[in-house]
Design a protein around this ligand. Sequence first.
Ligand SMILES: [Zn+2]
Ligand SMILES: [Zn+2]
Length: 316
Amino acid sequence: MAFPPVLRLAFVAGRVYMHGKNFEAKTNSAKLFGINDESAARWTGYPLLKALAGVGLIVKICILASSSAGNSAFIATERTRLLIDAGLSRRELKKRLAAIGEDIANIDAVLVTHEHSDHTNGLSALVRGAEGRSLPVYLSCGTARFVDWGECAPPVESFQAGRGFTVGDFDIASFTIPHDAADPVGYTLTAEGIKVAIVTDLGYVTDSLRVHLRGADMVVLESNHDLEMLRVGPYPWPVKQRVMSRRGHLSNEVAADFIRNDLDTRVSTLVLGHISEHNNHPELVRNLASKALRGRELFTRLVVAEPGMQSEVFCY
Ligand SMILES: [Zn+2]
Ligand SMILES: [Zn+2]
């Protein structure tokens, strides 16, 4: 929706201001408006500012899929629509985008985290389906060498892992993550003063990750397996070793440790995803993470991305 630049500026300034306030101030503001403790957890002052400015959302995010069966996330401003990974078929991506009112034909670019098939299965079909329209694909130099494009030759924008770049409205930072892929990265995407981090498929939490996640408004983090379920589960021992290794996946316990020790107080929504269907259960993830959040007395909203399902739409 178009709206006057002055109101837009006031809205964004208000958001930044409210996010900068500490947790107590947010709660007190919420109480002033008669908002109870539970909804205070979600209070940021934005809805009021939004209403005053008469604007819609500024940044829209949806986790289209998050599990070893396929990963893709949608993030957009009014003008720029991106996918992070394309681990679903084009048809499924189209369907899930349509479910949130988005047209696959309007995607401006795809960012890839690494070459594993659960992140790239639908990539070449997505690019082919763009039908003459340029659909740039951003991926690290090492990952670029491992993606099989088949017949199509998309405009590939490869970058050194750790480098930042801009796509439309988004300032994007990439950072290396420890995982058994060629050159895997996590991303933070910032637009309109809102910073979103997407980090899955990593064996442990690095110092660089801690730094990059500072100041994020929304974090999508892996909580892949319950260690005990993995130990007694159906995977062959070498696969179990791989998953548990420092180039494997984050366990629920390590994700909870991250919440306890490192989660920035600014994070208003934490999505835990890439949950194993064989070695984990969403309720285990929820219980452990909720406990860790309570221990910090954070008002961060916890969302567990159920395997196979697309998430709600998050609006900022
Ligand atoms: Zn994966
Ligand atoms: Zn992977």
